[in-house]
Design a protein around this ligand. Sequence first.
Ligand code: HSE
Length: 440
Amino acid sequence: MKPIQVGLIGAGVVATGVAKVLERNQNEIMRRAGRGIQVTHVGARNLDKARSTLGIAADYSSQLEAVATHPDVDIVVELIGGTTLAKDLVLKAIAAGKHVVTANKALLAVHGTEIFAAARDKGVMVAFEAAVAGGIPIIKALREGLTANRIEWIAGIINGTTNFILSEMRAKGLDFGVVLKEAQRLGYAETDPTFDIEGIDAAHKLTIMSAIAFGTPVQFDRAHIEGITKLQATDIRYAEQLGYRIKLLGITRRRDDVATGGIELRVHPTLIPAKRLIANVEGAMNAVVVQADAVGTTLYYGKGAGSEPTASAVVADLVDITRLHTADPDHRVPHLAFQPDAMSDAPILAMDQVITSFYLRLTVADEAGVLSRITGILAEHDISIDAVLQRESAEGERQTDLIILTHDTLEGSMNKALAQMQALPTVLAPIVRIRKEELA
Ligand code: HSE
C-alpha cells in the first residue's frame, strides 16, 4: 500500500527529530502502522535552511497554507508554535479534510474547544501527544490506559526549564536570578524565558490534562498561575530541613465536596515531601503523578522536551492516525477522552475555594507572646498547625524567622489569617507563603 503522506509545517528542532525518527525506524514503524508514513511536503519560511536541517527529499514550499491544504497530504503536522498563524493553518487543514498532529500546547489550551469542534464536524482527528510532557505518553495514558478509572487528581512537573532551575537552586544554595542566567548560558532557558519561569507553559499543559482527566472543556483562562521568580534560596533550605522539596507543580483535582462539584486547576511552587518519587525528579526531566480510584497512584517520568523525545510523541500520533483514519469517526477515541455529548460542566474553582496546606515564613520580633498571637490567629480561622521551626537568634539579634507548616485548609481562610498576621507590629517583613501538598 502507498505510504500515508504527511505535510510537515515547521523545520525546527522537533521537525528535524520527526524526519530522523521516521527515517531511522521506518521498518519498525511500518510493521506497526500497517503502511509506510512519509513526509512528502514541507512548509517553512526559509527553504534553504529547511532543506539542510531536515535533509529529506520532499516538496518544500514557503506557502504554509498550500501545504496545510494540499490535495496529496493526508496528515498535517503543525510544529510552528504560537496561536495566531498556527490556529489559522490548523483550522484550514481541518476544513480541507486533513487529520492534524500538533505539539502546540498553547494553541489547544486556548483554542482547543473551537479546534476540536471543527475536527468533529469534518470527521478528522487532531492528535496532540507531544503537546504535554514531550516524550512521556501521558495523553495516551489518561485518555486510554486509565479509561476504567475515575481520576481524582493529577500533579506534574511539566516544565523542564523551571525544574532545572529549582534543582540548581537547591543543589548550590543559589538564588533564582543567578541560576536563571546560568541556565540561559547553558541553553536550558530561552533568551526570553517568560513562558517557562512564570508558569504559563506548565499551565497550558495542565489545562489539557485536566480537560482529558475530568471531561471538561479546556479553560486556560481559569487556571491559577504562579511561576518561580519570587522563590528564595532561604525557603528551599528551610523546606529541606523540614523534609520537603520545592517543585513547580501543575495540580488539577476533582472536588466533590463543593455543592456543584468543581475542579482545581493551578500551577505554583509547591512543597512536597522529599520522600515522594516525584520530589526526586531533577534537572530538566518531567514527571506526572495520576491518582485514580481503581489503579491507585501511577507515575510517568521522562524527557519533556528535546528533538527526538518530542518527535517520539509526534510519530506515535502519526501511527495512531494511520491505523484509524479509515475507521468510522464515531469509533475513534474522542479528543478529550469523553464523548462530546457527555462532557461535564463542573466549574474551575476560584483559588479561595482551593484546599491545600501551607508553608509560612514570618520574620518576627524575638520577644514574648509573638508566637502565641500568631498561632491564635491561625486557630481563629480553624487552621491546624503541622510543624513549627524557629531559627535560633544570633547573640543580640532582635528578630528571627518563624516557619510554620499547616494542615489542609481553605485558601480563603488562610488569606484572612495572613492579612491579620501581617498587620501585627511584631511581624517585621512580608510573610512568605508557599503551598504544600502531601501527594499521599
Ligand atoms: N519549554 C518547555 C520546558 C518545553 O522547559 O519544559 C516545551 O514545552
